[in-house]
Design a protein around this ligand. Structure first.
Ligand code: PEP
Length: 351
């Protein structure tokens, strides 16, 4: 399945960082910086920051998530927060089973499953984290570990409920360590996770499940990671606390595959951004598409009607030569541009 049909997500996990006033300041900078994001943008923040985060991001494309929730609706669980409490506040997502919860707070697959079921019942969208420890990878049991986590964490989760779940693959050895899984390692495990989901829920549901990569993701490595066919975005820790890095990761995602480049250019055309760079008008752009389309149809007719190759190319080149330069601009931009700078430079030189 074409991954651009799946929901693309970049979610920040703030961990235990930012007081409410600091959270407000950070989100005030994040909101305008990511307003044109070509994916769902989520900030998962500490409980005490939720109120100000919801207020600051109101009316923007930034969604708010919590970093955990309890499985009970209410009761004698001092210090805990229920899924219902989060839902009533307006929280949309919740991170569950993060390796730091598993490592430092005794979280098990059983409790991750109970929290996941409770979050779904309350109408929250869980971001369920799985990932192997370093020694597990070194013992070559990564797939066993991931398979166990997925099966237990999603135990008794129905196919309908799975539509509201996001899975995050976070190799524990890569979290906060500066070590990143290589794009090949990430793709291998993402594809494996999708196959487990497909075995349990069927291919269609697996194809529609967003699987995020997490672990020392930064602007410099994001593009390669996100270009993988089964990587649908990222769960971002440290880099989510710096506006430029968070935005850099989102931008890397936008230009991570040819189909995404094309989709982005179309949306830039629609929003008018492309005309700022190229100086061509809407009428010229439309004309260019019509001319290119006509040329393609003519070529197809010629190929169909002609027996010899020699007679084919000549009329086609005549048509191409007769097109105004600006008519070719959008085509060349789509063809040449795989990052914003190339697109702008190409566009300026043509215009
Ligand atoms: C995380 O906390 O989920 C995470 C991926 O952290 P970092 O990006 O800092 O490794």
């Amino acid at each position: 399945m074409d991954k651009t049909k799946r929901k693309a997500i970049i979610a920040g996990n703030w961990k235990m960082n930012k007081t409410p006033s600091e959270a407000k300041a950070l989100l005030e900078a994040v909101v305008p910086a990511v307003k044109d994001a070509d994916c769902e943008v989520i900030a998962c923040v500490p409980f005490v920051d939720l109120s100000v985060a919801l207020e600051t991001t109101k009316g923007s494309n930034v969604k708010i998530g919590a970093e955990n929730c309890h499985w009970a609706e209410s009761g004698a669980f001092t210090g805990e927060i229920s899924a219902l409490m989060l839902k009533e506040m307006g929280v949309e997502y919740v991170v569950l089973g993060h390796s730091e919860r598993r490592q430092y707070f005794g979280e098990t697959d059983e409790t991750v499953n109970k929290r996941t079921k409770a979050a779904l019942a309350a109408g929250l969208k869980p971001i369920v984290c799985v990932g192997e420890l370093l020694w597990e990878r070194e013992c070559d049991i990564t797939e066993e570990v991931i398979a166990r986590q997925i099966k237990l964490d999603l135990f008794n989760v129905t196919a309908d409920e799975l539509k509201n779940i996001v899975i995050a693959y976070e190799p524990v050895w890569a979290i906060g360590t500066g070590k990143t899984a290589s794009p090949e390692q990430a793709q291998e495990i993402h594809a494996f996770i999708r196959s487990i989901v497909a075995n349990k829920y069927g291919k269609e549901i697996a194809d529609n499940t967003s699987i995020l990569y997490g672990g020392s993701c930064k602007p410099s490595n994001a593009k390669e990671l996100f270009a993988n066919p089964d990587v649908d975005g990222g769960l971002i820790g440290g880099a989510a606390l710096k506006v430029a890095d968070f935005k850099g990761i989102i931008d890397a995602f936008i230009f991570s595959s040819p189909s995404r480049i094309a989709a982005t250019l179309i949306s830039m055309c629609r929003s008018g951004d492309i005309f700022i760079h190229t100086g061509i008008t809407l009428a010229e752009t439309l004309l260019s598409f019509i001319l290119v389309l006509t040329a393609g149809i003519l070529l197809a007719i010629l190929l169909w009607a002609s027996d010899t190759v020699s007679g084919i190319l000549e009329p086609y080149l005549v048509i191409l030569n007769s097109l105004p330069k600006s008519a070719l601009a959008p085509v060349l931009i789509v063809w040449l541009g795989n990052n914003p700078k190339t697109i702008i430079v190409t566009a300026i030189s043509i215009a």
